[in-house]
Design a protein around this ligand. Sequence first.
Ligand code: SAH
Ligand code: SF4
Length: 351
Amino acid sequence: MTTLVYDLPLPDLTSLLESWGQPAYRARQVWQGLYQHLYAEPGQFTNLPQTLRTRLEQELRFAALTPLARLQSRDRKTVKTLLGLDDGRQIEAVLMRYQKRNTLCISTQVGCAMGCVFCATGQMGFTRHLSSGEIVAQVLHYARLLRSEGQNVTNVVVMGMGEPFHNYDNTLAAIDLLNDPQGYNFGARRFTISTVGLVPGIRRFTEEKRQVNLAISLHAADDELRSSMLPVDKRYPIAALLSACRDYVAATGRRITFEWALVREVNDTPEQARRLTELLKGLLCHVNVIPLNPTPGYSGQATTAERVQAFRELLERGGIPCTVRLRRGIEIQAGCGQLAVKSLKNQKDPI
Ligand code: SAH
Ligand code: SF4
């Protein structure tokens, strides 16, 4: 299959065009067309000679993702798009428009190998990694949509389908590409990567001293409970995970976010809140709690509003900052990380 143009960083694009006998400035023009003007096909590059446009068309692929269906929440603030890949697989990417922000939630894999029991993506199993270009293309899809309304993407959370640190190289290559000041110029601080807790990935990320925000899916404060919810805990138990998190904060001075999906009578108890407070004491961090979004393959239920507040108060009393996240766009299953492709198929709205 021909190379996807978004898989090429600028130096690779430059060498390719040089191999076609093009001067170096042509690659920069293509780069600007792709990432500043957001052109989606060679025909739009009217500043290029026709012969080059034809060559681009013949040798590179510009369409990475085909929108197959779009679901909108009733208040129209959340949009989820089912996107078809070239091999017929499907992923989802979500746009959330709240408080003057246009936040995207993007996917890094088709399915996920981590098998977290409450997660719709985990229940699907793993199919394949996305290439860096397929990750980039999700951002471009919404960037074009927003630009047509005079708006921009303001934040990107890597919290869609898949485990980003299982696909480390492609995920970070996508972020680096979008970060390029000569191209899309999207600041590293406006990205957040969420990981289930792959310790080697966290350590590598720490060494690279990136400005990208880091979130850890913790969900339980002891290994017995955590490994029953997140199988990865058997490989990287809480002590190893927290040690990597402490080293990250020490090395970067950056605050870490911990995510906690509250499951009624499972991890929403005062005992779990107390243990969590102990675990996080003294660490520069923040906890996001969100009531579980129930999924077909898991019997756990969402916590009640009272229990959410009680949990939050216990953490705050213990000195741990905590925010309750709303389940935005819940009626379109747009909670990141539980993007149920299977259920979406049954309610597909052609666009
Ligand atoms: N694989 C990464 C990123 C994708 S999941 C990770 O696990 O962190 C993004 C977030 O959604 C994670 O915190 C995940 O635990 C959470 N999540 C998954 N399924 C959920 C559900 N059914 N209800 C609430 N949160 C869920
Ligand atoms: Fe994968 Fe994250 Fe879902 Fe776990 S919660 S199965 S790591 S996508």
